[in-house]
Design a protein around this ligand. Structure first.
Ligand code: ATP
Ligand code: MG
Length: 434
Protein backbone atom coordinates (compact mmCIF):
# COMPACT_ATOMS: atom_id res chain seq x y z
CA UNK A 1 0.00 0.00 0.00
CA UNK A 2 1.20 3.48 -0.83
CA UNK A 3 1.50 5.80 2.17
CA UNK A 4 -1.34 8.31 2.37
CA UNK A 5 -0.70 12.03 2.60
CA UNK A 6 -2.98 13.82 5.03
CA UNK A 7 -4.11 17.45 4.79
CA UNK A 8 -2.41 20.22 6.76
CA UNK A 9 -3.32 20.41 10.46
CA UNK A 10 -5.89 23.08 11.19
CA UNK A 11 -6.89 23.37 7.53
CA UNK A 12 -10.17 21.67 6.78
CA UNK A 13 -11.83 20.05 3.82
CA UNK A 14 -15.36 21.24 3.22
CA UNK A 15 -17.44 18.26 2.14
CA UNK A 16 -21.08 17.35 1.60
CA UNK A 17 -23.40 17.67 3.41
CA UNK A 18 -21.66 20.59 5.18
CA UNK A 19 -20.86 22.26 1.87
CA UNK A 20 -24.59 22.73 1.23
CA UNK A 21 -25.01 24.61 4.52
CA UNK A 22 -22.01 26.72 3.62
CA UNK A 23 -23.45 27.57 0.22
CA UNK A 24 -26.75 28.42 1.85
CA UNK A 25 -25.01 30.96 4.11
CA UNK A 26 -22.98 32.31 1.17
CA UNK A 27 -26.16 32.84 -0.79
CA UNK A 28 -27.85 34.69 2.09
CA UNK A 29 -24.76 36.91 2.40
CA UNK A 30 -24.65 37.67 -1.31
CA UNK A 31 -28.33 38.63 -1.47
CA UNK A 32 -27.98 40.76 1.65
CA UNK A 33 -25.00 42.68 0.28
CA UNK A 34 -26.89 43.42 -2.91
CA UNK A 35 -29.91 44.70 -1.02
CA UNK A 36 -27.71 47.02 1.03
CA UNK A 37 -25.74 48.28 -1.98
CA UNK A 38 -22.38 46.72 -1.13
CA UNK A 39 -20.10 45.79 -4.04
CA UNK A 40 -17.88 42.72 -4.08
CA UNK A 41 -14.08 42.81 -4.22
CA UNK A 42 -11.63 39.92 -4.51
CA UNK A 43 -8.01 40.45 -3.67
CA UNK A 44 -5.15 37.93 -3.84
CA UNK A 45 -4.61 35.45 -1.02
CA UNK A 46 -0.90 36.30 -1.03
CA UNK A 47 0.31 39.84 -0.29
CA UNK A 48 3.71 41.35 0.46
CA UNK A 49 4.56 40.62 4.12
CA UNK A 50 5.22 44.32 4.73
CA UNK A 51 1.58 45.13 4.03
CA UNK A 52 0.37 43.21 7.10
CA UNK A 53 3.22 44.41 9.32
CA UNK A 54 2.41 48.02 8.45
CA UNK A 55 -1.33 47.51 8.65
CA UNK A 56 -1.71 45.43 11.81
CA UNK A 57 1.27 46.72 13.81
CA UNK A 58 4.38 44.83 14.95
CA UNK A 59 3.01 44.19 18.45
CA UNK A 60 -0.04 42.13 17.61
CA UNK A 61 -0.74 38.42 17.98
CA UNK A 62 -1.08 38.08 14.24
CA UNK A 63 2.19 39.70 13.22
CA UNK A 64 4.19 38.35 16.18
CA UNK A 65 3.25 34.72 15.88
CA UNK A 66 0.38 33.83 13.56
CA UNK A 67 1.41 34.73 10.01
CA UNK A 68 2.25 32.20 7.32
CA UNK A 69 5.17 34.10 5.85
CA UNK A 70 7.62 32.77 3.32
CA UNK A 71 10.15 33.87 0.77
CA UNK A 72 9.33 33.45 -2.91
CA UNK A 73 11.93 30.92 -4.04
CA UNK A 74 12.27 32.45 -7.45
CA UNK A 75 12.79 36.10 -6.67
CA UNK A 76 13.29 36.34 -2.92
CA UNK A 77 10.15 38.44 -2.27
CA UNK A 78 8.83 38.23 1.32
CA UNK A 79 5.21 37.09 1.03
CA UNK A 80 2.41 36.19 3.46
CA UNK A 81 -0.85 34.27 3.20
CA UNK A 82 -3.41 36.89 4.21
CA UNK A 83 -4.42 36.60 7.90
CA UNK A 84 -7.33 39.04 7.47
CA UNK A 85 -9.11 40.89 4.71
CA UNK A 86 -8.87 44.62 5.44
CA UNK A 87 -5.21 45.11 4.50
CA UNK A 88 -5.67 43.73 0.99
CA UNK A 89 -8.88 45.65 0.33
CA UNK A 90 -7.32 48.91 1.48
CA UNK A 91 -4.18 48.27 -0.57
CA UNK A 92 -6.29 47.62 -3.66
CA UNK A 93 -8.43 50.69 -2.97
CA UNK A 94 -5.33 52.87 -2.92
CA UNK A 95 -3.64 51.14 -5.84
CA UNK A 96 -6.69 51.50 -8.10
CA UNK A 97 -7.82 54.91 -6.76
CA UNK A 98 -11.27 53.54 -5.96
CA UNK A 99 -12.15 56.60 -3.90
CA UNK A 100 -11.55 59.13 -6.70
CA UNK A 101 -15.28 59.78 -7.07
CA UNK A 102 -16.33 59.42 -3.45
CA UNK A 103 -16.96 56.76 -0.82
CA UNK A 104 -17.41 53.06 -1.49
CA UNK A 105 -19.29 50.26 0.21
CA UNK A 106 -17.34 47.05 -0.41
CA UNK A 107 -17.50 43.45 0.75
CA UNK A 108 -15.27 40.41 0.41
CA UNK A 109 -15.33 36.73 1.32
CA UNK A 110 -12.64 34.10 1.31
CA UNK A 111 -10.01 32.08 3.16
CA UNK A 112 -7.65 33.59 5.76
CA UNK A 113 -4.61 31.97 7.36
CA UNK A 114 -3.31 32.18 10.92
CA UNK A 115 -0.93 29.82 12.65
CA UNK A 116 -2.96 29.29 15.82
CA UNK A 117 -3.58 26.26 17.99
CA UNK A 118 -6.42 24.46 16.21
CA UNK A 119 -9.55 23.88 18.28
CA UNK A 120 -13.29 24.16 17.84
CA UNK A 121 -13.95 27.47 16.09
CA UNK A 122 -10.25 28.21 15.64
CA UNK A 123 -8.41 26.94 12.59
CA UNK A 124 -5.30 27.71 10.58
CA UNK A 125 -7.25 28.20 7.42
CA UNK A 126 -10.64 29.76 8.07
CA UNK A 127 -13.06 31.91 6.12
CA UNK A 128 -14.29 35.40 6.60
CA UNK A 129 -16.93 37.59 5.08
CA UNK A 130 -16.25 41.25 5.66
CA UNK A 131 -17.29 44.75 4.67
CA UNK A 132 -15.25 47.91 4.32
CA UNK A 133 -17.04 51.23 3.99
CA UNK A 134 -14.44 53.68 2.78
CA UNK A 135 -14.52 57.45 2.55
CA UNK A 136 -17.21 58.52 5.04
CA UNK A 137 -16.40 59.82 8.52
CA UNK A 138 -19.74 59.86 10.33
CA UNK A 139 -21.46 57.67 12.92
CA UNK A 140 -24.19 56.99 10.34
CA UNK A 141 -22.03 54.48 8.44
CA UNK A 142 -20.74 52.96 11.68
CA UNK A 143 -24.33 52.26 12.66
CA UNK A 144 -25.09 51.04 9.13
CA UNK A 145 -22.41 48.35 9.16
CA UNK A 146 -23.61 47.12 12.56
CA UNK A 147 -27.20 47.04 11.31
CA UNK A 148 -26.08 45.11 8.24
CA UNK A 149 -24.89 42.32 10.54
CA UNK A 150 -28.18 42.46 12.42
CA UNK A 151 -29.96 41.99 9.09
CA UNK A 152 -27.81 38.95 8.40
CA UNK A 153 -28.77 37.43 11.76
CA UNK A 154 -32.41 38.00 10.85
CA UNK A 155 -31.97 36.33 7.46
CA UNK A 156 -30.35 33.33 9.15
CA UNK A 157 -33.04 33.06 11.81
CA UNK A 158 -30.82 34.16 14.73
CA UNK A 159 -32.27 36.36 17.44
CA UNK A 160 -30.32 39.34 18.72
CA UNK A 161 -30.19 39.44 22.51
CA UNK A 162 -30.68 35.69 22.74
CA UNK A 163 -28.50 33.87 20.18
CA UNK A 164 -26.08 36.72 19.50
CA UNK A 165 -25.22 39.87 21.45
CA UNK A 166 -23.77 43.17 20.37
CA UNK A 167 -20.92 44.70 22.38
CA UNK A 168 -19.88 48.25 21.69
CA UNK A 169 -17.07 50.56 22.74
CA UNK A 170 -15.22 53.64 21.55
CA UNK A 171 -11.45 53.86 21.33
CA UNK A 172 -11.56 57.62 20.79
CA UNK A 173 -8.66 59.30 19.03
CA UNK A 174 -4.92 58.87 19.48
CA UNK A 175 -4.52 61.81 21.87
CA UNK A 176 -7.31 60.48 24.10
CA UNK A 177 -5.76 57.04 24.09
CA UNK A 178 -2.41 58.56 25.09
CA UNK A 179 -3.91 60.12 28.22
CA UNK A 180 -5.72 56.90 29.05
CA UNK A 181 -2.57 54.90 28.42
CA UNK A 182 -0.73 56.60 31.27
CA UNK A 183 -3.51 55.82 33.70
CA UNK A 184 -3.73 52.29 32.38
CA UNK A 185 -0.02 51.55 32.73
CA UNK A 186 -0.07 52.91 36.29
CA UNK A 187 -3.00 50.65 37.11
CA UNK A 188 -1.36 47.53 35.69
CA UNK A 189 1.97 48.36 37.33
CA UNK A 190 0.19 48.53 40.67
CA UNK A 191 -1.09 44.99 40.00
CA UNK A 192 2.00 43.63 38.26
CA UNK A 193 1.99 40.39 40.27
CA UNK A 194 -1.27 39.34 38.62
CA UNK A 195 0.05 39.80 35.08
CA UNK A 196 1.37 36.97 32.93
CA UNK A 197 4.52 37.26 30.81
CA UNK A 198 2.67 38.41 27.76
CA UNK A 199 0.81 41.13 29.66
CA UNK A 200 4.07 42.30 31.26
CA UNK A 201 5.67 42.54 27.86
CA UNK A 202 2.69 44.37 26.34
CA UNK A 203 2.43 46.71 29.32
CA UNK A 204 4.96 49.04 27.77
CA UNK A 205 4.63 48.27 24.09
CA UNK A 206 0.83 48.12 23.72
CA UNK A 207 -0.97 48.37 27.09
CA UNK A 208 -4.42 48.64 25.55
CA UNK A 209 -3.99 45.09 24.34
CA UNK A 210 -3.55 43.88 27.91
CA UNK A 211 -7.27 44.59 28.30
CA UNK A 212 -7.83 42.02 25.58
CA UNK A 213 -5.92 39.24 27.42
CA UNK A 214 -7.58 35.85 27.71
CA UNK A 215 -5.64 35.04 30.93
CA UNK A 216 -8.04 34.91 33.95
CA UNK A 217 -5.94 36.82 36.50
CA UNK A 218 -5.08 39.47 33.91
CA UNK A 219 -8.76 39.74 33.07
CA UNK A 220 -9.52 40.35 36.74
CA UNK A 221 -7.11 43.30 36.85
CA UNK A 222 -8.43 44.57 33.52
CA UNK A 223 -11.93 44.58 35.03
CA UNK A 224 -11.04 47.45 37.37
CA UNK A 225 -8.77 49.33 34.94
CA UNK A 226 -9.47 52.98 34.05
CA UNK A 227 -12.03 53.16 31.24
CA UNK A 228 -10.98 54.65 27.95
CA UNK A 229 -14.55 55.93 27.57
CA UNK A 230 -13.94 58.28 30.48
CA UNK A 231 -11.05 59.89 28.58
CA UNK A 232 -12.98 60.77 25.45
CA UNK A 233 -13.32 64.41 24.41
CA UNK A 234 -16.58 65.99 23.21
CA UNK A 235 -16.14 65.05 19.53
CA UNK A 236 -15.47 61.40 20.20
CA UNK A 237 -18.35 61.33 22.65
CA UNK A 238 -20.69 62.87 20.09
CA UNK A 239 -19.64 60.28 17.52
CA UNK A 240 -20.34 57.46 19.98
CA UNK A 241 -23.72 58.98 20.85
CA UNK A 242 -24.51 59.20 17.14
CA UNK A 243 -23.93 55.50 16.67
CA UNK A 244 -25.93 54.62 19.76
CA UNK A 245 -28.86 56.81 18.71
CA UNK A 246 -29.29 54.94 15.42
CA UNK A 247 -28.93 51.54 17.09
CA UNK A 248 -31.51 52.47 19.69
CA UNK A 249 -33.94 53.83 17.10
CA UNK A 250 -33.49 50.56 15.20
CA UNK A 251 -34.26 48.49 18.27
CA UNK A 252 -30.88 46.77 18.49
CA UNK A 253 -30.06 45.78 22.06
CA UNK A 254 -26.37 46.23 22.89
CA UNK A 255 -23.98 46.32 25.82
CA UNK A 256 -21.19 48.83 26.27
CA UNK A 257 -18.01 46.89 27.01
CA UNK A 258 -15.27 49.30 28.08
CA UNK A 259 -12.68 46.53 27.78
CA UNK A 260 -13.45 45.81 24.16
CA UNK A 261 -10.33 46.87 22.23
CA UNK A 262 -10.08 44.46 19.26
CA UNK A 263 -6.95 42.67 18.15
CA UNK A 264 -5.72 45.09 15.52
CA UNK A 265 -3.90 48.35 16.12
CA UNK A 266 -5.64 50.27 13.39
CA UNK A 267 -8.98 50.93 15.07
CA UNK A 268 -10.24 54.28 16.40
CA UNK A 269 -13.61 55.56 17.66
CA UNK A 270 -16.31 52.88 17.25
CA UNK A 271 -15.37 49.24 17.88
CA UNK A 272 -17.84 46.39 18.22
CA UNK A 273 -18.18 42.65 18.42
CA UNK A 274 -21.05 40.27 17.92
CA UNK A 275 -20.62 37.50 20.47
CA UNK A 276 -22.42 34.31 21.41
CA UNK A 277 -22.47 32.09 24.47
CA UNK A 278 -22.77 28.95 22.34
CA UNK A 279 -19.17 28.62 21.16
CA UNK A 280 -17.15 28.57 24.39
CA UNK A 281 -13.90 30.52 24.25
CA UNK A 282 -14.37 31.17 20.53
CA UNK A 283 -17.42 33.32 21.21
CA UNK A 284 -16.72 36.23 18.89
CA UNK A 285 -18.46 35.65 15.59
CA UNK A 286 -17.98 39.10 14.10
CA UNK A 287 -15.74 42.02 15.01
CA UNK A 288 -15.06 45.42 13.54
CA UNK A 289 -14.85 49.12 13.93
CA UNK A 290 -13.60 52.38 12.52
CA UNK A 291 -10.05 52.75 11.21
CA UNK A 292 -9.68 56.30 9.98
CA UNK A 293 -5.87 56.33 9.94
CA UNK A 294 -5.23 53.17 7.99
CA UNK A 295 -5.54 54.37 4.41
CA UNK A 296 -3.00 57.11 5.05
CA UNK A 297 -0.80 54.68 6.98
CA UNK A 298 -0.67 52.50 3.86
CA UNK A 299 0.34 55.41 1.65
CA UNK A 300 -3.06 56.53 0.38
CA UNK A 301 -4.70 59.94 0.42
CA UNK A 302 -6.21 60.18 3.93
CA UNK A 303 -9.78 58.88 4.06
CA UNK A 304 -11.93 57.56 6.89
CA UNK A 305 -13.17 53.98 6.98
CA UNK A 306 -15.18 51.47 8.97
CA UNK A 307 -15.69 47.73 8.57
CA UNK A 308 -16.06 44.31 10.11
CA UNK A 309 -15.00 40.70 9.59
CA UNK A 310 -17.13 37.67 10.35
CA UNK A 311 -15.93 34.07 10.75
CA UNK A 312 -17.95 31.66 8.61
CA UNK A 313 -16.88 28.51 10.48
CA UNK A 314 -18.00 30.03 13.79
CA UNK A 315 -21.26 31.14 12.25
CA UNK A 316 -21.93 27.61 10.96
CA UNK A 317 -21.05 26.13 14.35
CA UNK A 318 -23.50 28.55 15.93
CA UNK A 319 -26.27 27.66 13.50
CA UNK A 320 -25.60 24.01 14.19
CA UNK A 321 -25.57 24.50 17.98
CA UNK A 322 -28.97 26.19 17.69
CA UNK A 323 -30.36 23.53 15.39
CA UNK A 324 -30.88 26.00 12.53
CA UNK A 325 -30.33 23.59 9.70
CA UNK A 326 -30.96 25.00 6.23
CA UNK A 327 -33.43 23.24 3.94
CA UNK A 328 -31.97 20.11 2.39
CA UNK A 329 -30.65 20.35 -1.15
CA UNK A 330 -32.22 17.09 -2.33
CA UNK A 331 -32.97 16.69 -6.03
CA UNK A 332 -36.55 17.11 -7.21
CA UNK A 333 -36.40 14.11 -9.49
CA UNK A 334 -34.21 11.03 -9.79
CA UNK A 335 -34.09 9.23 -13.14
CA UNK A 336 -34.16 5.45 -13.20
CA UNK A 337 -32.56 3.91 -16.28
CA UNK A 338 -33.07 0.12 -16.42
CA UNK A 339 -31.34 -0.32 -19.76
CA UNK A 340 -28.42 1.27 -21.60
CA UNK A 341 -30.72 2.17 -24.50
CA UNK A 342 -32.68 4.44 -22.13
CA UNK A 343 -29.64 6.59 -21.29
CA UNK A 344 -29.87 8.99 -24.22
CA UNK A 345 -33.62 9.74 -24.00
CA UNK A 346 -33.37 10.04 -20.20
CA UNK A 347 -30.50 12.50 -20.47
CA UNK A 348 -32.35 14.58 -23.06
CA UNK A 349 -35.40 14.75 -20.79
CA UNK A 350 -33.33 15.65 -17.73
CA UNK A 351 -31.67 18.50 -19.58
CA UNK A 352 -35.10 19.94 -20.38
CA UNK A 353 -36.03 19.60 -16.70
CA UNK A 354 -32.88 21.36 -15.53
CA UNK A 355 -33.45 24.16 -17.98
CA UNK A 356 -36.86 24.61 -16.43
CA UNK A 357 -35.10 25.02 -13.06
CA UNK A 358 -35.79 21.55 -11.66
CA UNK A 359 -33.04 19.70 -9.78
CA UNK A 360 -32.57 16.41 -11.59
CA UNK A 361 -30.13 13.53 -11.12
CA UNK A 362 -29.75 10.35 -13.18
CA UNK A 363 -28.68 6.96 -11.89
CA UNK A 364 -25.22 6.27 -13.31
CA UNK A 365 -24.10 2.82 -14.44
CA UNK A 366 -21.20 0.87 -12.93
CA UNK A 367 -18.74 -1.53 -14.63
CA UNK A 368 -21.53 -4.09 -14.52
CA UNK A 369 -23.86 -1.82 -16.46
CA UNK A 370 -27.22 -0.49 -15.17
CA UNK A 371 -28.22 -1.65 -11.69
CA UNK A 372 -31.50 -3.49 -11.06
CA UNK A 373 -34.63 -1.36 -10.93
CA UNK A 374 -34.96 -2.21 -7.26
CA UNK A 375 -31.47 -0.91 -6.48
CA UNK A 376 -32.10 2.21 -8.50
CA UNK A 377 -35.35 2.90 -6.64
CA UNK A 378 -33.50 2.47 -3.35
CA UNK A 379 -30.93 5.07 -4.45
CA UNK A 380 -33.71 7.35 -5.58
CA UNK A 381 -35.30 7.15 -2.13
CA UNK A 382 -31.98 7.72 -0.38
CA UNK A 383 -31.32 10.81 -2.48
CA UNK A 384 -34.32 12.52 -0.91
CA UNK A 385 -35.86 13.19 -4.33
CA UNK A 386 -39.60 13.85 -4.48
CA UNK A 387 -40.16 11.88 -7.66
CA UNK A 388 -38.56 8.99 -9.49
CA UNK A 389 -38.81 8.99 -13.28
CA UNK A 390 -38.70 5.47 -14.69
CA UNK A 391 -37.41 5.35 -18.27
CA UNK A 392 -38.51 1.74 -18.94
CA UNK A 393 -38.52 0.29 -22.45
CA UNK A 394 -42.36 0.04 -22.55
CA UNK A 395 -42.65 3.66 -21.55
CA UNK A 396 -40.07 4.83 -24.07
CA UNK A 397 -41.67 2.84 -26.86
CA UNK A 398 -44.85 4.84 -26.17
CA UNK A 399 -42.93 8.14 -25.94
CA UNK A 400 -43.65 8.26 -22.20
CA UNK A 401 -42.07 7.97 -18.79
CA UNK A 402 -43.46 6.70 -15.45
CA UNK A 403 -43.54 9.30 -12.70
CA UNK A 404 -43.62 7.83 -9.21
CA UNK A 405 -43.99 9.86 -6.06
CA UNK A 406 -41.37 8.99 -3.43
CA UNK A 407 -43.03 10.94 -0.66
CA UNK A 408 -44.08 9.11 2.48
CA UNK A 409 -47.40 7.38 2.10
CA UNK A 410 -47.89 8.28 -1.53
CA UNK A 411 -47.93 5.32 -3.87
CA UNK A 412 -49.30 7.15 -6.85
CA UNK A 413 -47.65 6.59 -10.16
CA UNK A 414 -48.63 7.74 -13.58
CA UNK A 415 -47.39 7.85 -17.12
CA UNK A 416 -46.62 11.14 -18.76
CA UNK A 417 -45.67 12.00 -22.31
CA UNK A 418 -41.95 12.79 -22.54
CA UNK A 419 -42.77 15.96 -24.45
CA UNK A 420 -44.84 17.20 -21.48
CA UNK A 421 -42.54 16.26 -18.63
CA UNK A 422 -40.90 19.67 -18.48
CA UNK A 423 -44.29 21.38 -18.23
CA UNK A 424 -45.29 19.03 -15.41
CA UNK A 425 -41.94 19.56 -13.68
CA UNK A 426 -42.46 23.31 -13.52
CA UNK A 427 -45.27 22.69 -11.08
CA UNK A 428 -42.62 21.34 -8.69
CA UNK A 429 -40.87 24.67 -8.49
CA UNK A 430 -41.56 27.17 -5.71
CA UNK A 431 -44.74 28.94 -6.75
CA UNK A 432 -45.83 25.91 -8.81
CA UNK A 433 -49.15 24.37 -7.78
CA UNK A 434 -47.78 21.00 -6.63
P1 ATP B 1 -10.21 35.80 18.54
O1 ATP B 1 -10.19 36.80 19.64
O2 ATP B 1 -11.27 34.76 18.71
O3 ATP B 1 -8.86 35.25 18.23
P2 ATP B 1 -9.83 37.83 16.56
O4 ATP B 1 -10.04 39.08 17.29
O5 ATP B 1 -8.43 37.37 16.32
O6 ATP B 1 -10.67 36.63 17.25
P3 ATP B 1 -10.59 38.99 14.04
O7 ATP B 1 -9.21 39.15 13.59
O8 ATP B 1 -11.34 40.17 14.48
O9 ATP B 1 -10.63 37.87 15.20
O10 ATP B 1 -11.42 38.22 12.92
C1 ATP B 1 -12.83 38.38 12.77
C2 ATP B 1 -13.53 37.06 12.94
O11 ATP B 1 -12.89 36.01 12.24
C3 ATP B 1 -13.57 36.54 14.37
O12 ATP B 1 -14.58 37.16 15.09
C4 ATP B 1 -13.83 35.06 14.16
O13 ATP B 1 -15.20 34.83 13.92
C5 ATP B 1 -13.05 34.78 12.92
N1 ATP B 1 -11.74 34.18 13.23
C6 ATP B 1 -10.61 34.81 13.61
N2 ATP B 1 -9.60 33.94 13.77
C7 ATP B 1 -10.12 32.71 13.48
C8 ATP B 1 -9.57 31.39 13.42
N3 ATP B 1 -8.29 31.14 13.70
N4 ATP B 1 -10.40 30.37 13.07
C9 ATP B 1 -11.70 30.60 12.77
N5 ATP B 1 -12.26 31.82 12.80
C10 ATP B 1 -11.48 32.87 13.14
MG1 MG C 1 -7.20 35.96 17.27
Amino acid sequence: MVERIAGVKGMNDLLPPDSARWEWVDERVRCLMQRWGYQGVRTPIVEPTGLFVRCLGEVTDIVEKEMYSFVDRLNGDPLTLRPEGTAGVVRATIEHKLLYDGGKRLYYAGPMFRHERPQKGRYRQFHQVGVEVLGWPGPDVDAEVVLLVRALWQDLGLEVGRDVHLELNSLGQASERAAHRQALVAHFEAHASALDDEALKRLHTNPLRVLDSKHPSVQAVAETAPRLLDFLGPQSRAHFEGVRAVLEASGVPYRINPRLVRGMDYYNLTVFEWVTEHLGAQGTVCGGGRYDGLIEQLGGKPAPAVGWGLGIERLLLLLEALGRIPPAQAPDVYAIVPDTSAVAPAMVTLQALRQAGVRAVMHAATDQGPASIKTQFRKADASGARYALLFGSDELAAGEVTVKSLRDGETAQERRALAQVATWARTLLPGGDN
